[in-house]
Write a protein that binds this ligand. Sequence first.
Ligand code: S3P
Length: 197
Amino acid sequence: MNADAQTPDDPESDSALAERNSRLRQRKLDRHIALVGFMGAGKSSVGQLLAEELKRPFLDSDTRLQERTGRSVQELFVEGREKAFRALEEEVIAELLDGPPSVIALGGGALMSEKTRGALKKRCFVVHLHVSWAEVKVSLADLRRGRPLLQRPAAEIHELYLERQKTYRDADVRIHVPRDNSASALKHVLYAIRRQG
Ligand code: S3P
């Protein structure tokens, strides 16, 4: 039946709608929760708190990538090997998505991959942890540590920041809380999840 054809005063279609909503909720509970956002948004710290709260495993694509290759993100990026890093990142995320429902923190550039964006849409409730450019800029000295893409002038990082925002647009929900306040971010994320499911 076409959902658009249903009307609230048709009892049969009402119950079908209720059933569909219930299935949708169930699916949401069964799905992964993926945290996306620009470098420094707090995906890993909020993700860990969230996983504890929901009693789910916490997974981090960068960590898994490093475990798998035995090399740091910085090492993987050297000598223009970003392309190889991206291919591995795509693979690792596909593997993480095949596991049981988890909280997954994704590297800030992971959504540049169309394949990853598609997989996330099907299998995750996607939370965009938004961080403003002003916050990124003021924290750059800190954020630069261990992040090869931040070893460039602020103006170029800003361009990257703007580019990346386009990839986060399809998230199911966007949350903006100061990046040094993981506890508050956690509350907002939990609220958003519970409201959905
Ligand atoms: C990157 C983000 C990093 C890491 C790598 C590249 C990006 O992860 O994957 O340095 O392209 O935005 P975090 O967002 O966890 O810092």
